[in-house]
Design a protein around this ligand. Structure first.
Ligand SMILES: NC(=O)c1ccc[n+]([C@@H]2O[C@H](COP(=O)([O-])OP(=O)(O)OC[C@H]3O[C@@H](n4cnc5c(N)ncnc54)[C@H](OP(=O)(O)O)[C@@H]3O)[C@@H](O)[C@H]2O)c1
Length: 289
């Protein structure tokens, strides 16, 4: 792994706040802390990798994952694993599940096996969390391939949040016999299940205080538009994907658009680099108000 260098950080490292074990702190070149969650919902962070021209998926068969955007960058994978290791739950939508393929699991070490022991030590000994975060999958239709590895590992508890129609479909597909999988149906409007319903459930019924959004532009856009995204970890990969109207390639946000008057602005919290990749951490919100 190339060394990660911190170029800028708003808060200097306070030894009293140290939470990362040395092996992680050295690789990350600094500490990693999050504010406490609000009473009514988890504190929500998202992690994306984008090309220089703002593309997050090539949208090509079999080549639509973040790995093609980052170039399977090792330092990006280390940070992705570190964020998974930090949170109570990781959430994706069914679009991301499909693009990730049947082996995807959302365990911290799945993206960076070399730090498996360090991630586990950090979670269990420092953060005092269960060994693995809860995996939350959001789908309105319930059209999920339950043969995927994520549904068959005893290490991860999976919570599928869906509609009543989706629950029935999943039940017909055999969700009831999957020991680590729970399906909950929630009320949904024309726009699907509302982000506030999801977040209230996660906070009140699952005790989730820190949520990592690894969903794609659709679900992320909905949470952003609802004002529930607190932070964005954005890796900038030094490649240019291009796009044409006939074959759209998504950016960070889909199905939501802002005007110059309403677009949220963000505050840069830290900048790190490893070789030619940049790792940006932003606080999301109207920083110009
Ligand atoms: N570069 C990166 O860092 C990065 C990160 C994540 C994803 N991606 C890429 O983004 C692409 C996927 O994008 P996406 O926008 O389709 O992913 P997504 O947001 O993870 O999934 C979209 C799906 O989630 C479900 N959903 C969304 N909002 C819902 C709501 N309110 N209620 C109920 N269900 C809801 C729907 O599932 P149903 O259709 O089943 O109802 C919808 O089709 C993939 O290529 C993936 O690799 C890239």
């Amino acid at each position: 792994m190339e060394p990660i260098h911190t170029l800028f950080a708003t808060q200097p490292d306070e030894p009293s706040q140290a939470v990362l074990p040395d092996g992680l702190r050295d690789r990350y070149d600094g500490n990693l802390c999050f504010p406490p969650a609000p009473e009514e919902r988890p504190y929500c962070i998202a992690n994306f990798v984008s090309t220089l021209d703002g593309v997050v998926s090539f949208n090509l068969p079999g080549q639509s994952e973040g790995a093609q955007i980052s170039g399977a960058n090792e330092e990006d994978r280390f940070i992705m694993g570190l964020l998974r290791a930090s949170v109570d739950a990781v959430m994706v939508g069914s679009g991301t599940l499909r693009a990730a393929g049947p082996q995807a699991s959302w365990l911290p070490e799945a993206v960076y096996p070399a730090a498996k022991d360090l991630y586990r030590k950090y979670r269990t000994e420092v953060l005092r969390k269960p060994e693995y975060p809860l995996v939350v999958i959001v789908s309105g239709t319930g059209e999920l391939d339950l043969a995927g590895a994520v549904f068959h590992t005893s290490r991860t508890r999976v919570l599928i949040l869906t509609t009543e129609q989706g629950r029935q479909r999943l039940s017909r597909s055999g969700s009831g016999v999957l020991a680590s999988v729970e399906v909950k149906s929630l009320s949904a409007g024309e726009q699907g299940i509302s982000p506030s319903v999801i977040l209230t459930l996660l906070r009140q019924q699952e005790g989730v205080e820190l949520l990592l959004h690894e969903a794609g532009p659709t679900l992320f856009g909905e949470f952003l538009a609802a004002g529930f995204m607190d932070e964005l970890f954005l890796t900038l990969a030094p490649q240019i994907a291009g796009r044409v109207a006939a074959h759209p390639r998504p950016g960070l946000v889909a199905k939501v658009e802002y005007s110059p008057a309403t677009a949220p602005w963000c505050k840069l919290l830290s900048t790190k680099k490893a070789a030619d990749h940049l790792f940006l951490r932003y606080q999301i919100g109207d920083q110009r108000a």
